[in-house]
Design a protein around this ligand. Structure first.
Ligand SMILES: Cc1cc2nc3c(=O)[nH]c(=O)nc-3n(C[C@H](O)[C@H](O)[C@H](O)COP(=O)(O)OP(=O)(O)OC[C@H]3O[C@@H](n4cnc5c(N)ncnc54)[C@H](O)[C@@H]3O)c2cc1C
Length: 310
């Protein structure tokens, strides 16, 4: 497989690496080595690699910025298809319609929107991920979600064939999309519909959201953002705080003292420590409040049974 992947990557001029530490590519700074790592630079290259993996039944996993991923200490026995800066073009089809390759960062798209006096991205601008990762999860903040601005996307299926989805077909709702149901499919571009607005007001809203993040979130520690999904009619952080779990620690994994919704990596936390801590939090919150907390980050390389609260 290694030789075949290498040859294919050479022919599409895509960077091919072996034994890549996932801790260096996730915002949690956790994870062992991935066998193979490919830097995607085109739809054609992506399609060809995806098809090869399917033909050989070789596992592969798409990674954007790695800001919503908890990777196993044992790493990943497969190919990481990294969709990042080499696949991040942003263009306009008309004054208010922006087409982004899936590796474009939300912060970059928001900055370009601001420069073009376009509103819609302000609340999402501080989410530290790619537009593909954001569409996958229907990322959202401050009452805005990708659902409000994404009007279509393109993706490739496991045979490397490209398709388009309309807004309705995207099936976006809280932390759900067509893609959470079809993890074999890979988003290649996202089309956003924004609207013209007063430039000073756009800038001021972006600054306000940014200040709110800085004051409420433990941004000086590695994490994957909110560790648990929002339970119905409640907030995970509120329940965790009420159960007295702020500051609770397993090894170097800690429930942040600043924001109980975040599990942070104090220094050298392992995936096993984070999972153990999450299981403890899950069990205590369930026992004291009857609410079931579900993990939000996507688990990579973690074996069945390692994470009983997922
Ligand atoms: C400090 C901090 C704050 C955060 N705040 C928020 C917040 O306010 N709101 C929020 O919703 N999230 C938040 N997050 C979580 C995270 O940033 C978002 O979920 C983000 O959208 C993930 O994008 P990513 O590129 O990092 O995806 P990754 O973490 O790389 O991947 C996440 C999932 O998406 C899949 N995926 C990625 N790219 C593609 C693609 N092109 N095609 C198909 N599948 C793909 C991956 O396979 C994986 O299953 C925060 C995280 C951190 C660290």
């Amino acid at each position: 497989m290694k030789t075949k992947l290498k040859q294919l990557c050479d022919s599409y001029q895509m960077k091919f690496l072996t034994d890549v530490p996932l801790s260096g590519h996730t915002t949690f700074h956790i994870g062992g080595n991935a066998d193979y790592w490919i830097e995607i630079n085109s739809v054609q290259g992506l399609g060809a690699v995806r098809q090869l993996c399917t033909e050989h039944q070789h596992p592969c996993f798409v990674m954007g910025r790695g800001s919503n991923i908890l990777a196993s200490d044992d790493g990943y026995r497969g190919v990481i298809l990294h969709i990042g800066s080499a696949f991040s073009d942003i263009s306009f089809t008309d004054e208010t319609t922006v087409v982004c390759q899936s590796g474009a960062m939300l912060s970059t798209v928001a900055k370009i929107a601001e420069e073009h006096h376009l509103s819609g991205m302000e609340a999402l601008s501080g989410i530290p991920g790619t537009i593909g990762g954001a569409l996958f999860m229907n990322a959202g903040a401050y009452k805005r979600e990708m659902k409000d601005i994404a009007c279509s996307c393109t993706y490739i299926d496991k045979n490397g064939t490209e398709h388009t989805l309309s807004q309705e077909e995207l099936d976006l709702y809280y932390r759900h999309s067509f893609f959470t149901e079809h993890p074999d499919c890979i988003i290649t571009s996202v089309t956003l519909k924004l609207c013209k607005d007063n430039p000073e007001e756009i800038t001021s809203r972006m600054q306000d959201f940014s200040e709110r993040r800085k004051s409420k979130q433990p941004l000086n520690f590695p994490s994957a953002g909110s560790t648990f999904k929002r339970p119905k009619d409640n907030f995970a952080s509120k329940l965790i705080d009420e159960c007295g779990l702020k500051g609770y620690q397993v090894g170097d994994a800690q429930v942040s003292e600043k924001h109980a919704g975040f599990v942070i990596n104090l220094n050298h936390a392992t995936c096993a420590q984070v999972l153990r801590l999450c299981r403890d939090v899950h069990d205590k919150v369930l026992a004291e409040t009857g609410v079931i907390l579900e993990l939000e980050p996507v688990l990579l390389g973690v074996q069945e049974g390692d994470a009983s609260c997922s």
